[in-house]
Ligand binder design. Structure first.
Ligand code: SF4
Ligand code: FES
Length: 256
């Protein structure tokens, strides 16, 4: 992998444009196109922009104005769809929720694909193993017996029990920041456990035992080493490590 010299570092020539203080920023992006070269390469792009713009805005400008081959996922641009998780300055973030001013634009801002999943092109990874683990924990309500004739009631306290884990947007920032997952792609990973938690602790659900047995697997919840990378990475502020701990406890006590 080659690392070109930085010719022009960030925040050099602040310019006035309609009262907005513009800065020039270098974006150092790890490009990979297996059809052209077997190895990734770091490529620098320079933009003059408002530091209150987001990293996603910068990527769009690079793609639309400088290099249309730059490849990345995005959809909602507002932190909802979870499609633009990437490593920005070595930390997993959503590009659409990251302001340029918050990622040290005086130096080149590095952008690369999330770790632990196969890179297909540039910032796009193969999400299939991630979604397979999600499907494996059966992320849907499981009930027994006949359909009720009215809605399934739940107290506010019971709803609160799993409120945090309902916020997941399946961005994979947690799973791809987990050292256990980097070393063992078979590990279910934090996101799958978070989504199992969401149903295990739902008083209306009757599939907790099944999910717990799935996570009792050697690639399941016991692989977690409590490094807290997942909680730090989560753009939704979910207490991921806490959720994993609660699932571990439920496995031991069978209380949920
Ligand atoms: S728990 Fe947080 S970091 Fe993990 S997939 Fe869900 S939203 Fe993304
Ligand atoms: S583009 Fe949808 S979360 Fe960022």
């Amino acid at each position: 992998m080659s690392t070109p010299t930085v010719e022009h570092s960030a925040a050099l020539d602040a310019a006035e444009a309609g009262g907005i203080q513009l800065i020039t920023v270098t974006f150092r992006i790890r490009r990979f196109n297996p059809e052209e070269h077997p190895d990734p390469v770091w490529v620098d792009y320079q933009l003059t922009l408002d530091p209150k713009e987001r990293v996603l805005d910068a990527l769009n400008k690079i793609k639309w104005e400088q290099d249309g081959t730059l490849t990345y996922r995005r959809s909602c641009a507002h932190g909802i769809c979870g499609s633009d998780a990437m490593r920005i300055n070595g930390r997993n973030r959503l590009a659409c929720k990251t302001l340029i001013k918050d990622v040290n634009p005086e130096k080149p801002i590095t952008i690369e694909a999330i770790k632990g999943l196969t890179v297909l092109k540039d910032l796009v990874v193969d999400m299939d193993p991630f979604f397979q683990a999600y499907k494996d924990v059966m992320p849907f309500l499981i009930t027994k017996g006949n359909e009720p004739t009215r809605e399934r009631l739940q107290s506010a306290e019971d709803r609160e029990r799993f409120d945090d884990t309902t916020k997941c947007i399946l961005c994979a920032a947690c799973t791809s920041s987990c050292p256990v997952f980097w070393n063992d792609g078979q590990y279910f990973g934090p996101a799958a456990i978070v989504n199992a938690h969401r149903f295990i602790f739902d008083s209306r659900d009757e599939g907790a035992e099944q999910r717990l047995e799935i996570l009792n697997d050697r690639e399941g919840v016991w692989r977690c080493r409590t490094t807290f990378n997942c909680s730090e990475a989560c753009p939704r502020g979910i207490e991921v490590t806490k959720a994993i701990q609660e699932v571990k406890r439920a496995l031991v006590t069978r209380r949920f």
